[in-house]
Design a protein around this ligand. Structure first.
Ligand SMILES: CCCCCCCCCC(=O)SCCNC(=O)CCNC(=O)[C@H](O)C(C)(C)COP(=O)(O)OP(=O)(O)OC[C@H]1O[C@@H](n2cnc3c(N)ncnc32)[C@H](O)[C@@H]1OP(=O)(O)O
Length: 185
């Protein structure tokens, strides 16, 4: 296995305004497929701030999330990890960031009806590069591992690249966004 993080990093402190351990974290965007309550068959991840640089997320697999009969689709599991890892970056650093690279190791099938518990850990930063990793367990057995590189961006990234009508909808109704990111970090 390659060394991780792959470059020299420092381990940042939790942002002083990061949610305290055991705080239930809000959805970051109502229409997010990973966490949004407005997405009918979305993953609806629920997350809780942990100690240090950790966040615990939970994803319950429903019949809409199948790949093979009775089993979670691997791409949706990767999505759950993207969300869980991004949540750790966003809540603990309170800086906007996007996924540049995401690796997943699928170790065990994840059945419909089970809950995957994803423990994400922020491993280090190097400039704009943020390295995070996570382990997902089902009833105590490791089923999926993932690691990712996020790149911090300014809010202009979303304004420049997002579809104008969606940007407008958020501007008109800021309650669609969670309050976990600093606008001027
Ligand atoms: C509370 C909030 C919770 C939020 C949860 C959200 C979870 C979901 C998160 C997502 O899914 S985000 C959506 C999926 N990702 C994207 O759409 C990102 C698309 N990619 C981009 O927009 C750009 O490629 C990116 C902003 C990531 C980087 O472009 P930039 O022009 O700003 O930077 P640049 O290309 O110079 O890269 C910066 C550094 O990262 C490195 N880098 C970038 N991509 C890399 C890559 N793929 N692999 C390795 N290194 C990479 C790059 O080499 C460079 O290293 P150095 O600083 O050492 O020169």
């Amino acid at each position: 296995m390659n060394s991780w993080p792959p470059v020299e990093t420092t381990v940042p402190d939790r942002h002083p305004d990061a949610p305290a351990p055991d705080t239930e974290l809000p959805e970051h965007y109502a229409h997010c497929f990973g966490c949004g309550d407005s997405v009918e068959h979305g993953l609806r991840l629920r997350a809780t701030a942990g100690e240090g640089m950790t966040v615990r997320s939970r994803f319950t697999v429903t019949t809409e999330h199948q790949g093979a009969p009775g089993l979670a689709h691997g791409g949706l599991l990767a999505c759950a990890f993207d969300e869980a890892l991004g949540s750790a970056v966003g809540h603990l650093l309170r800086r906007p960031a996007v996924t540049a690279k995401l690796e997943t190791d699928f170790l065990r099938p994840v059945p419909v009806g089970t809950t995957l518990v994803i423990d994400a850990h922020l491993d280090g930063i190097a400039g704009r590069k943020v390295y995070v990793s996570a382990e997902g367990t089902v009833e105590g057995t490791t089923a999926v591992r993932a690691r990712a590189l996020f790149i911090t961006v300014d809010l202009k990234h979303f304004v420049d690249h997002g579809r104008p009508e969606d940007i407008r909808r958020v501007a008109e109704n800021p309650a669609l966004l969670g309050r976990s990111i600093d606008v001027n970090p």
